[in-house]
Write a protein that binds this ligand. Structure first.
Ligand code: FE2
Ligand code: FE2
Length: 220
């Protein structure tokens, strides 16, 4: 597994928009009209984006709390949380520069729908499920940032630069979550079928995403 990025290793080459989109594990692309909607409501998008970064950091740290004995997971999730805090600081700085502030917690029906699929009846399944959930949150966020980037790169260079920087980070994150989930499944001694569980997650995400695209929030 690739070690978490450090100041010494750097983040590697920056993928382009088409590469980011082509690699996504998602089956349903967001309707391009969502990018127009978010671009027309940037104060709402950015305030929601800041909370998404805060929630992503908390999610990474929650996994450290749930699985402290898993050194590899602890190393990667601590690094991910630190990156998400850096993203939060960037979005918060941009909001403040524009005279805007964070809006605080809000309902996120897409995430709530995904969370219902967590298998709380089995600790072993729950660990894999939490990692699959993390992968989908990062992947859809990556896709939405890239959708919006396509619109604002000609109208708002400051937001475009932010999204251009964050998209590749979210790509690394969804790939990391899937790698950790696959590693977890491979270590099990039962006949757990990771591919079928992951397909179930993708199907659910597809159904939830079909209802979205109507709000200028990151997952709306
Ligand atoms: Fe992030
Ligand atoms: Fe992320």
């Amino acid at each position: 597994m690739t070690p978490p990025p450090t100041a010494a290793t750097g983040l590697g080459p920056v993928p382009g928009v088409e590469e980011l989109m082509a690699d996504l594990p998602l089956s349903r692309p967001t309707d391009p009209t969502w990018g127009e909607l978010a671009a027309a409501n940037l104060p709402i998008f950015l305030a929601d984006h800041a909370i998404c970064e805060q929630q992503a950091a908390l999610f990474g740290l929650s996994l450290v709390g749930h699985y402290p004995e898993d050194h590899e997971l602890v190393v990667h999730m601590s690094a991910l949380a630190a990156e998400e805090v850096a993203h939060l600081r960037r979005v918060t700085t941009l909001l403040h520069k524009r005279g805007l502030s964070l809006l605080g917690r809000r309902a996120n029906p897409w995430v709530q729908g995904l969370r219902k699929h967590l298998d709380n009846s089995s600790n072993a399944n729950l660990k894999v499920d939490r990692l699959c959930l993390g992968a989908l949150i990062e992947a859809r966020s990556c896709e939405r940032f890239t959708c919006l980037l396509r619109v604002v790169q000609s109208t708002d260079p400051e937001v475009a630069l932010l999204l251009q920087d964050l998209g590749p980070a979210e790509k690394r994150h969804w790939r990391l979550f899937i790698e950790l989930a696959r590693r977890e499944a491979a270590q099990r001694s039962d006949d757990f079928d990771f591919d079928s569980r992951w397909q179930g997650w993708l199907k659910l995400e597809d159904e939830l995403a079909a209802q979205g695209g109507k709000s200028p929030t990151v997952h709306g």
